[in-house]
Design a protein. Structure first.
Length: 316
């Protein structure tokens, strides 16, 4: 059974200097995890970065009411029930269309806007677990047979800025995954429908969650922001000269499916919380948006391909 090394003690004084205490206090005051009937529609995780379609009916409804008001033909109070019911119906239909949409997947060659992350940031640490059997499928993931870490240039430049702030602390970014071809996402979907996993897979990655709920909880989907090229999974690690990089203690391993992986999970130790907040603070300061239920997952807000999904090979 694979294990994940955790660094026992980190430079907490430097970590606290990086995090604004008031900002930390306000973050800790927020709810760390949400269980809603719309959990399956976690639009960011599923790759749908825009909710424009879901608000169009409300926009049209407001336009209609303003027009009617200007025409002095505003509906009577008894007509409001009909208007509200119609707005809810149209909104629910739009949400359903949005969640069921199948965006076009670009199978052409790799665009020139992508760079190799290890060449862009030479002192970066890579741990591409999908190219090994040390991941939640227990297999080398399709498309990762010869893994190279590709990412869009704007995202790489933002990560380089984060790395510059970490170097004086003796720390580094450790990247688990960046661009993910669509064939790998399809592989995850196929895996989620099978029931032949070794016992260590469940014990390691989702001990308190049924595999059938990985979709509804938003951990696996048919579309991924990674496929657009500006989403990255990563952590922090120590980088002493001549020593093996050692990941900081974040409380769970990468790709742990459960509430414990939520960034603001309340039962973390003080050190684990400080480590997670340091990562979050540094990434957000360079234009990334965190994914609340996975402490390691970040997407560049101003991504260059917000509506394009790619399937080019990961090979050099």
């Amino acid at each position: 059974q694979p294990s994940t090394a955790m660094h026992p003690k980190d430079p907490s004084s430097q970590i606290q200097d990086e995090i604004n205490p008031m900002h930390t206090k306000s973050m800790l005051g927020k709810t760390y995890f949400f269980k809603t009937p719309f959990a399956a529609l976690r639009l960011k995780k599923s790759g749908h970065n825009s909710g424009r379609q879901s608000v169009l009916p409300l926009v049209w409804g407001c336009f209609l009411m303003i027009t009617m008001y200007c025409a002095k033909d505003f509906p009577s109070p008894r007509d409001w029930w009909f208007i509200i019911a119609l707005a809810l119906l149209l909104t629910n239909q739009s949400i359903a269309r949005l969640s069921a949409a199948e965006p076009h997947v670009d199978t052409s060659d790799r665009p020139p806007a992508f760079v190799r992350l290890d060449q862009h940031i030479p002192d970066l640490c890579l741990d591409l677990q999908y190219g090994t059997t040390n991941n939640f499928t227990g297999q080398v993931v399709r498309g990762y047979e010869r893994p190279v870490c590709w990412i869009t240039r704007p995202a790489a430049e933002a990560l380089e800025a984060v790395q510059q702030r970490l170097r004086p602390m003796g720390l580094s970014l450790m990247v688990f995954d960046a661009f993910r071809p669509q064939k790998a996402v399809d592989f995850f979907v196929t895996w989620s429908q099978a029931n032949n996993d070794p016992e260590w897979i469940k014990e390691t990655f989702f001990p308190r969650l049924e595999k059938t709920k990985l979709f509804t909880q938003g951990y696996i989907s048919k579309r991924s922001g990674h496929t657009r090229g500006s989403t990255v999974d990563l952590t922090l690690c120590s980088r002493a000269s001549g020593a093996m990089p050692m990941p900081l203690d974040m409380g769970t391993r990468f790709d742990f499916f459960g509430e414990e992986a939520s960034t603001l999970y309340p039962e973390l130790t003080a050190q684990q919380r400080a480590n997670r907040l340091l990562l979050k603070h540094l990434m957000e300061s360079q234009g990334f948006k965190a994914y609340a239920v996975e402490w390691w997952h970040f997407t560049l807000i101003d991504e260059p391909f917000p509506d394009r999904y790619f399937d080019f090979p990961l090979s050099p």
